[in-house]
Design a binder for this molecule. Structure first.
Ligand SMILES: [Zn+2]
Length: 139
């Protein structure tokens, strides 16, 4: 099962490679942390006087997936244990009817990379494999 998970993970990471996921940024003092932003949106808020500087810009464990609070673009993240539970709940019962686009592949890979320490993510594996095999037929 683990080898199979690894194979799917490799495929997902390959698809996800097409999407750019920059590291998250935050508002520095006096706002301090709070939501995540892409650099441009964080800079705009600093320019608007909400904070003195842009903080962050490095990899971060997250309690869920990570998007810029202002523009919604995908940001780089890895999941905490809680984050895995919450994302798994999000995808529970989801059928991947369409091709797995790069952004979805990114989210799924962040979950499946926990297959060793949180094997419950393997519940997703059959549905993801089916979706990936349909994509193979299309190409
Ligand atoms: Zn943004």
């Amino acid at each position: 099962m683990t080898a199979r998970a690894q194979e799917v993970l490799t495929q997902l990471n390959r698809i996800a490679g097409e999407v750019e996921a920059p590291y998250p940024h935050w508002l520095g003092s006096p706002a301090d942390q709070g939501p995540s932003y892409c650099f441009d949106c964080a800079s705009a808020r600093v320019s608007a006087g909400e904070a003195n500087f842009v903080d962050g810009g490095w990899p971060q464990d997250n309690d869920g997936c990570c998007h810029c609070e202002d523009c919604g673009r995908l940001l780089d993240y890895t999941l905490t244990e809680y984050g895995v539970e919450s994302e798994l709940e999000h995808f529970r019962g989801t059928r991947f009817r369409r091709a797995i686009n790069p952004e979805l592949a990114y989210h799924l890979a962040r979950l499946l990379e926990h297959h060793d320490d949180q094997p419950q993510v393997l519940k997703l594996l059959p549905r993801v494999r089916r979706a990936l095999s349909r994509m193979d037929l299309q190409s």
